[in-house]
Design a protein around this ligand. Structure first.
Ligand code: ZN
Length: 490
């Protein structure tokens, strides 16, 4: 009886603690400043230029011999013609032929420069899907307040949007205090080794250290893209995952298949695949916790109580997040078995068999630590594990979300949206961006493009009918303008 009483008190105490935690789990107050430059942006003019920019099919092909030289040359000429002040007042370097690095010199060399990144290239359009586009993918059609075409959101709107902002500020006679750099790679969609990596090497050789670097990655997401979240959220990437593929190889005697051993080399590899899929990497909740600490207070009753009490509920949250492939990718190094091979004939035992497994690495881990984990899970000395050549990259550094640079970004987002319902939240980017090449050039490297996505428009990126609303594009231009002005208080 006494024990029951104690248990009862403990339960009441627990409920009380959880209740208090939930009640005090609140959003910080948002103070939204008016825009630093309240002048209108000429929507028709900027939309017209974006439309033209989309018409240059600056496609990145995996096969480098298919490089679209004419499209890039044409695009560069178009930029020079469209942004005369930028090309008059800023220095421009062509890095490795096709990547563009602009520098707008500031008045105070003591201040750290800022760097705005984007990329000129776009992904190809699948032949089979071409007739499902309402407007041809490289038409740049403008209809009913929407600009259509490949690159509308990924991300000619970033390249041209930044140039529009600078051109506009130059026309007003504005002079920044900090140096403002614009860097537009030309091969982001195939890894950025020829573009962003080369620009980064150049900037490092010059010993530059940036106040902040901003690339694409996160966006403003609404309409329940984050389950349980009804308010819009501006997701700002503070880190991105790494990439490595491992080759598993098993050797055997081979021979005829009429008298097979218990396991062929392919069977041995198959067992390793099963083991790997059954033993996912341990979860790392660090980034999800940061995200939910920020947006949790705005969620509904039960979710709010759960996220307010992560000290108790974290194992439950971890299980839920691990259950969906999207959120699973945000909490651990992922394992994707992508290729496998046995012998070349049905009646021949493989003398060698292999599989290739692709991993997206959490910050804090490395390609080597992933290999070590895989070897321990497979636990079979007959299988050789090697790092597959080709593309590989360690996870990025992790930037802070509680410093001046993050505040500059956050304030600019609020000044453009003027939306106190919006929440700006740090998160982990699970895909890859050019920003990974810039690790070491700033302690504040953020991944955010001022795009507004619904579940439907998000699908169109890299997909069919990519588009951006003219009004949203006007806000892209305003965002860059506000960001530059806010980073240079006069
Ligand atoms: Zn992109």
């Amino acid at each position: 009886m006494k024990l029951l009483k104690v248990a009862g008190f403990a339960l009441i105490a627990l409920i009380l603690v959880m209740g208090v935690k939930t009640l005090t789990f609140t959003l910080p107050e948002v103070v939204i400043q008016p825009q630093l430059d309240a002048s209108e942006v000429d929507a028709q003019a900027v939309a017209g230029r974006l439309s033209k920019g989309i018409q240059f099919a600056t496609i990145s092909h995996m096969d480098e011999s298919q490089f679209e030289q004419q499209a890039f040359d044409g695009f560069h000429q178009f930029l020079a013609n469209s942004f005369p002040l930028v090309h008059q007042k800023l220095s421009l370097e062509r890095v490795n032929g096709y990547s563009l690095l602009y520098r707008w010199q500031g008045s105070d060399a003591q201040l750290k420069p800022i760097l705005l990144m984007s990329h000129q290239d776009v992904v190809p359009v699948d032949k089979e899907t071409r007739d499902r586009w309402v407007h041809a993918p490289f038409s740049g059609a403008i209809a009913d307040g929407i600009i259509w075409g490949r690159g509308a959101v990924d991300i000619k709107s970033g390249v041209l949007g930044a140039l529009e902002a600078v051109e506009d500020l130059l026309a007003k006679g504005y002079q920044p205090q900090r140096d403002v750099y614009l860097a537009f790679g030309h091969d982001e969609e195939i890894g950025g080794d020829n573009g962003a990596a080369k620009i980064s090497a150049l900037l490092k050789a010059r010993g530059l250290d940036f106040q902040f670097i901003l690339d694409e990655g996160g966006s403003i997401v609404g309409d329940g893209i984050i389950p349980g979240m009804e308010r819009p959220v501006a997701l700002v990437g503070i880190a991105e995952k790494g990439y490595v593929s491992l080759r598993l190889t098993a050797k055997a005697v081979g021979g005829h298949s009429s008298m097979p051993p218990k396991h062929t080399a392919l069977g041995v590899i198959a067992q390793a695949i099963v083991d790997l899929e059954q033993h996912p990497f341990p979860a790392n909740m660090q980034y999800s916790r940061q995200l939910f600490d920020t947006i949790g207070p705005a969620m509904g009753g039960l979710e709010k109580a759960i996220f307010a009490n992560m000290w108790l509920t974290e194992p439950l949250v971890e299980r839920i997040l691990s259950g969906s492939k999207t959120t699973n990718a945000a909490v651990r190094t992922t394992t994707a078995v992508t290729m496998a091979q046995g012998s070349s004939k049905d009646n021949v035992l493989p003398s060698e068999s292999h599989a290739v497994v692709n991993f997206r690495i959490m910050p804090g881990e490395t390609g080597e630590s992933v290999k070590a984990y895989v070897e321990s899970v497979i636990d079979n000395p007959e299988i050789e594990v090697t790092i597959e050549g080709g593309f590989a990259g360690e996870p990025s550094s992790v930037s802070k979300s509680n410093n001046d640079s993050f505040a500059m970004l956050k304030d600019a987002i609020y000044r453009v949206t003027q939306d106190e319902n919006l929440i700006v939240a740090p998160y982990l980017v699970t895909g890859g961006t050019d920003a990974k090449h810039y690790t070491g050039l700033s302690d504040s490297i953020y991944r955010f493009a001022f795009n507004r996505f619904t579940p439907e428009t998000l699908e169109r990126m890299h997909g069919i009918n990519e588009q951006i609303k003219v009004d949203d594009y006007v806000d892209v231009v305003k965002f860059f303008r506000e960001l530059i002005l806010g980073a240079n208080p006069s």
